[in-house]
Design a protein around this ligand. Sequence first.
Ligand code: AMP
Length: 273
Amino acid sequence: MQILKTSKELLEFRQNLEGGIGFVPTMGALHDGHKSLIKKAVLENENAIVSVFLNPKQFAPNEDLDTYPRKDEDDIKICEDLGVKAVFLPNADEFYSQDETTIKANPRLASMLEGATRPTHFDGVCTVLNKLFHLVRPNKAYFGKKDTQQIFVVKNMVEDFFLPIEIVPCEIVRAKDGLALSSRNAYLKDEEFCEAIKLSRSLNKAKNLIENGELKKENLFKEMMSCLEPVKIDYIALVNRNFEAIDVVEPGNSIILIAAYVGKTRLIDNLWI
Ligand code: AMP
């Protein structure tokens, strides 16, 4: 496996690469959720490339860039063991120049839900992915449904810029108790885990209610909120698969999303129905 540290090294590697490419962009501290994406990329493509880059542009100044877990050595080993052809670990100073061109994410998608709390987040995501996609030129790029809104934002960017890349949504990997795996779970104190699992429990509650015929958002959210107590909810939302708010679940065309604070840690989860 090649370990590439600069954009120039990646460009050279890419120029000499033959065959289809599956790309998995990550911010590192790889866990089983990331691994599931990487395994799929390795399985479905002649070459899998992973990027490990803690992208400063997708963090607001008050967010957790400085405390975000970093495990480069472990991440390299994981990629190697999974059969990745190259891992790209750029340095932010080399990867970005000063005052460079940036991308603005779709305004509607980027201002709702995650974007309402994190207004610059998706611009940062699109800016880094635009660069990475041009360097890697993958056929397929793999994204977790854990960050469902991100999938919609990225699909939109790829379509708007006519990039010939298939965006592949991948299922959420969870711990045994249902908690969606996340690098940010590392921030949780032992006593906070029992609150954190309430996110997935509330989604399961909604799933059961929907299976029993309750489709109204109002009633579903009420039940979910009582399940989430005393967790501080940022939002609970119901959208269709065009990512537009709806009031009644349309089975096969709906997603329920939650963001909530457990102590100081902001967690997200969702359920595709
Ligand atoms: P991140 O390192 O947080 O930027 O995540 C990199 C990719 O891994 C994104 O596409 C995430 O949606 C995906 N991912 C993170 N956690 C999970 C999970 N628990 N299950 C599936 N995919 C995940």
